[in-house]
Design a protein around this ligand. Structure first.
Ligand code: T4K
Length: 411
């Protein structure tokens, strides 16, 4: 039976501390900011991109004339068209958030039985599979880029397997060619969780042109946001899938008198779409600024013994969505958790994305063992995602790197 009790050390708990500017270990009455200055100079793991206020107001002005606020309005239609062009993919179907996009995509594709996926992800990926009545089968990850280890997929395929659901984690792309080969060999569907790969291209192709379909998240914390939001994208012509996605996000309504699917309500509203239209105009600039941040981290940290960074992937136009650093305590001198806590005392809030791995979470651990995916388990205990966003000043990147290096010297 799936349980939903929160763990004390859950990422949600840490997120709450960070919002309040608190340090772990100060729960209860002593819940006071550790250092006033630290709170004022707080650097969080990311910061939402927003257009100029006037630009957004201009974009929503006509809503006061039309009074058309949701249910696939004019901005929704326009955003789908503009995103298809930007993402270099044939079809875009917008949703209220990435999770529902993935959940309803799995339903639309009629997946059954077992779905091979990764435990090294945000919990949404696994929940979307389970909430469709399918069974996740966890494949371990590669040490190089933390995406699914393609050499381990075939051993997990059974006669109940219907699909492979890998994640382009942190914006690193999976081995799409090998996954395609395996899927074709065994007649499996491929759905990518592309929540982190907005704007990523491989060999000049939009990343969503690979596999049967991909899901993007446009959450406030992503490279590109519509406040909350998401999309299913897929290549080619598939009018059935297009119509099914359209129906499923709108209660399964096919026409005024026909409801032929048990759908949900997951429509993107016009205020979200307006934010998306504005942010799309600036996203290339934002990615360039993120690139400068990532390059500075590399300059400062790449050669430090005990710190491992992901190598740039050849042929990939990156989006610099996250900046993971893996700390080897025996070499660096401090454990990931010690670094995380020490940085907090300096007002620097990194995150442990993705710890715990999904197969270790309370709601799944009765049925799974993280030891079955040893690389994912190990990396999740050593990784920190460092702050990265377009407006993060290079002097703040230096402040973060200085603080990290100080913790190492203290070890
Ligand atoms: N698949 C994958 C692989 C995913 O990573 C995600 C979502 C999904 C599927 C599902 O997509 P969505 O349904 O969310 O569209 C965040 C996000 O809520 C979540 O979207 C994201 N992945 C996950 C990795 O991270 P939290 O709980 O860690 O976020 P929170 O509220 O602690 O925010 C992190 C930082 O972002 C804050 O320190 C400051 C900044 N922030 C946050 C918010 C909410 C802002 O600057 N503005 C904001 O409005 O989950």
């Amino acid at each position: 039976m799936i349980r939903t009790k929160r763990s004390e050390d859950s990422p949600q708990r840490e997120g709450a501390d960070e919002r309040a500017g608190l340090s772990k270990g100060t729960a209860g009455k002593e819940n006071v900011p550790k250092r006033k200055e630290a709170e004022m100079d707080k650097i969080l793991v990311t910061r939402s991109s927003m257009p100029e206020f006037e630009e957004y107001v201009e974009e929503i002005r006509d809503l006061w004339e039309s009074h058309w606020l949701t249910n696939m309005g004019e901005k929704h239609v326009r955003l789908e068209r503009e995103l298809a062009e930007y993402l270099k993919v044939d079809n875009v179907s917008l949703f209220s958030n990435g999770h529902m996009a993935l959940e309803l995509l799995i339903q639309a594709m009629g997946l059954t039985g077992e779905v091979i996926t990764t435990p090294y992800t945000f919990v949404s990926t696994t929940h979307a599979i389970v909430r469709n009545g399918c069974v996740p089968v966890f494949c371990d990850i590669s040490r190089e880029d933390y995406t699914m280890d393609v050499s381990k997929i075939e051993a997990l395929i059974t006669d109940r397997t219907s699909a492979i659901l890998p994640v382009h984690v942190y914006g690193n792309i999976c081995n799409v060619d090998e996954i395609d080969r395996i899927a074709k060999k065994y007649g499996l569907k491929v759905i990518y969780d592309a929540a982190h790969t907005f704007g990523v291209e491989y060999r000049g192709r939009g990343i969503a042109s690979f596999g049967d379909a991909s899901m993007f998240s446009f959450h406030a914390t992503k490279v590109y946001n519509t406040i909350e939001g998401g999309a299913v994208c897929f290549p080619g012509t598939n009018e059935t899938l297009k119509a099914d996605l359209y129906g499923l996000k709108n209660f399964g309504i096919r026409s005024e008198e026909v409801v032929d699917e048990i759908g949900a309500n997951s429509k993107m509203n016009e205020f979200q779409a307006a934010m998306g239209l504005c942010n799309l105009r600036h996203v290339d600039d934002e990615i360039l600024k993120r690139k400068a941040v990532a390059e500075r981290y590399r300059e400062r940290l790449a050669d430090v013994p005990g710190i491992r960074l992901v190598a740039e992937q050849p042929g990939v136009r990156q989006n610099y969505a996250y900046f993971p650093a893996v700390f080897e305590p025996a070499v660096f001198g401090r454990s990931r958790d010690e670094i995380y806590e020490e940085l907090k005392t300096e007002g620097i809030f990194t995150r442990k994305y993705f710890y715990p791995v999904t197969n270790a979470l309370e709601c799944y651990r009765e049925h799974y063992h993280p030891e079955d995916t040893p690389v994912a388990h190990e990396i999740s205990k050593k990784v920190l995602t460092l702050p990265i966003y377009a407006d993060l000043a290079i002097r703040d990147v230096d402040r973060i790197c200085d603080a990290i290096l100080r913790t190492g010297r203290r070890g």
